[in-house]
Write a protein that binds this ligand. Structure first.
Ligand code: ADP
Length: 197
């Protein structure tokens, strides 16, 4: 498992990770894997995993690491990940970083880059308020949104230092048109010689 591009997208809720993940997935021909989407799918279908995850998601808390790590081990073992992948919303805690590191080392591969989408908390709260009206996601209620931002600051933002010390972080301004943000990301990746093969 050494060919292809391995990307992480990291940033606060509402920074536009899901949208940019789809753009990058298309540009690089790699699967975009969103742990949030996988959990939502399981909740909707009332699977055992969904039943375990639901209360955490509704409260805006992270789902426990053990559940999340098992899910990602399964997904990354799928054949479509052999030529690279993009992870959106994983890892989110130091324990998840350790798990991903072990997985990649076992498969004799490594990350190429961590794209950090930067967005002001006031802007993301407003975006999520509009998404709540549009899509009705149960965790987009304003008080839950504020809690998700706090969880992000406490548990996930410190990961940026870990990846920065490895020289992997490309910080990107996430405010602007979707295509403009995609262009910024592509330019930053090209500057790092990361291009679709
Ligand atoms: P956002 O980035 O806007 O918070 P996501 O779709 O990435 O949205 O995540 C929604 C919810 O799914 C999170 O609040 C959390 O409960 C759960 N979740 C997603 N990814 C993870 C993860 N890597 N670890 C733990 N919980 C997660």
């Amino acid at each position: 498992m050494t060919s292809g591009t391995r990307l992480l997208l990291i940033g606060p809720p509402g920074a536009g990770k899901g949208t940019q993940a789809l753009e990058l997935s298309r540009a690089f021909g790699i699967p975009a894997i969103s742990t949030g989407d996988i959990f939502r799918h399981n909740v909707k279908n009332e699977t055992p995993l969904g039943l375990q995850a639901k209360a955490f998601m509704d409260a805006g808390d992270n789902v426990p690491d053990s559940l999340t790590n098992d899910l990602i081990t399964d997904r990354l073992a799928d054949p479509d990940c052999g030529g690279g992948f993009l992870l959106d919303g994983y890892p989110r805690t130091p324990d998840q970083v350790r798990h991903l590191d072990d997985f990649l080392a076992t498969h004799d591969t490594a990350l190429d880059v961590v794209v950090q989408l930067v967005a002001d908390p006031d802007v993301v709260v407003e975006r999520l308020r509009l998404r709540a009206i549009d899509q009705g996601r149960s965790d987009d209620d304003e008080s839950v949104v504020r809690h998700r931002l706090q969880v992000y600051q406490e548990q996930t933002a410190p990961l940026i230092d870990i990846f920065t010390s490895r020289g992997l972080v490309a910080p990107i301004d996430g405010i602007g048109d979707i295509t403009e943000v995609t262009h910024r990301i592509m330019a930053a990746l090209t500057a790092r010689r990361i291009t679709p093969s």
